[in-house]
Design a binder for this molecule. Structure first.
Ligand SMILES: NC(=O)c1ccc[n+]([C@@H]2O[C@H](COP(=O)([O-])OP(=O)(O)OC[C@H]3O[C@@H](n4cnc5c(N)ncnc54)[C@H](OP(=O)(O)O)[C@@H]3O)[C@@H](O)[C@H]2O)c1
Length: 334
């Protein structure tokens, strides 16, 4: 075993979307273990839109990654040394290990042992990880869709959006996906079974949206905010439910751009809108992961992965998400 840990560290504080110059790749000796700690050799690192918030010094739900620290991220890997009786050498695990090849962590940092040994480990970062659980809790628990309802999803071709669309189909809903390009429209319809998919970049976006919504929107799973959401909010059906899951369309958070006021549409539709953070729903994770894994196994829940190779690729990976260049759950293979 190499006794060096290759890490991607945050070099300086980005403003807006972090680009490669804000990161450095360094090697340092692997730390020795104290009681209660394990050494995990990582095999996949996750890339999330939320990382932009984790490195920026703007008000958020967690403190920013300190300058000089390993970039915070979820990862999968194998326990190769253990001083925690709950974990044995050889266990496959996932947790907040960071963008580093060898993570010495407290056992409490491990989110779970990966028990779906019939499925690829990388799924624990996507459809059986934060993305899938976000779709499960953020859509099924908050929107409580019923058969025959119309569901609109933004970032529909992405890791969270594609899962929301498929969960909606599993529950008998009609699904409309919003994405950027012709290739992703094709992915939404042919890979993920959306009934309709449209591009927010089309000059006719608002007309196309209107024509897909003759009876309005019962559930809107909002991953973008911005002009896309302003357009969707004009079509709320009676008793509509809206999950605010992400704000990918905001290029700047300081100040947060103000859009049209939605109070009139909400009042007329007697709609309910709720902000969602997946980490508030930890008690639901085992149930959600079990259900999601069974849908993956029976073929009713499909996923795409977009895999980059090696630590250097990680430094531009967050930018890729905000340029819409990913064609599935974005991962770095170590
Ligand atoms: N609240 C929570 O607990 C939670 C947890 C996980 C994820 N999320 C949110 O869920 C959303 C999707 O995350 P993901 O991991 O599944 O990423 P993803 O959808 O796989 O990738 C991000 C996508 O965002 C879209 N995008 C980027 N810039 C945009 C813009 N200016 N306007 C509209 N769309 C834009 C791009 O898709 P197009 O090519 O379609 O533009 C890009 O592919 C994000 O907003 C994320 O923050 C929230």
């Amino acid at each position: 075993m190499s006794d060096l840990n290759t890490c991607v560290i945050l070099k300086s504080r980005p403003i807006g979307i972090p680009t490669p110059e804000y990161f450095d790749i360094i090697e340092k000796p692997i730390a020795s273990l104290s009681d209660g700690q394990v050494l995990v050799r990582t095999d996949y690192w996750s890339v999330e839109p939320a990382m932009r918030g984790w490195v920026n010094d703007a008000p958020n739900y967690s403190p920013p990654v300190p300058i000089g620290d390993v970039m915070r991220s979820f990862a999968t890997g194998e326990v190769i040394k253990s001083r925690d009786a709950n974990f044995a050498v050889g266990d496959q695990v996932t947790g907040l290990f960071g963008w580093q090849t060898h993570a010495v962590v407290d056992g409490t940092t491990i989110s779970r042992k990966i028990t779906e040994t019939d499925l690829p480990n990388s799924l624990a970062l996507g459809v059986l990880g934060i993305n899938g659980v976000t779709a499960y809790c953020g859509f099924l628990d908050l929107c409580q869709p019923t058969s025959g309802e119309t569901v609109v999803v933004s970032t529909a071709a992405g890791a969270v959006g594609s899962a929301v669309g498929q969960l909606a189909k599993i529950h008998g809903c009609r699904t409309i996906g919003i994405t950027s390009s012709a290739a992703k429209i094709d992915q939404c319809k042919n890979d993920f079974g959306f009934d309709e998919a449209i591009s927010y970049k089309s000059p006719d976006f608002k007309t196309e949206l209107t024509s897909t919504l003759p009876d309005g929107v019962d559930c809107y799973f909002d991953n973008t905010s911005g002009d896309i959401s302003d357009a969707v909010m004009c079509h709320l059906a009676l008793n509509a439910r809206i999950t605010i899951c992400g704000t990918a369309a905001h290029s700047d958070w300081d100040p947060i751009p103000m859009g049209p006021r939605v109070h009139r549409q909400m009042l007329v539709a007697r709609a309910k809108m709720q902000g969602f953070l997946v980490f508030d729903h930890k008690e639901r994770f085992p149930h959600a992961i079990n259900a999601l894994a069974n849908w993956v196994r029976d073929g009713s829940l499909k996923y795409n992965e977009h895999i980059l190779d090696g630590p250097a690729a990680a430094t531009d990976a967050i930018g890729m998400l905000y340029r819409g260049e990913n064609t599935g759950k974005l991962l770095v293979r170590v």
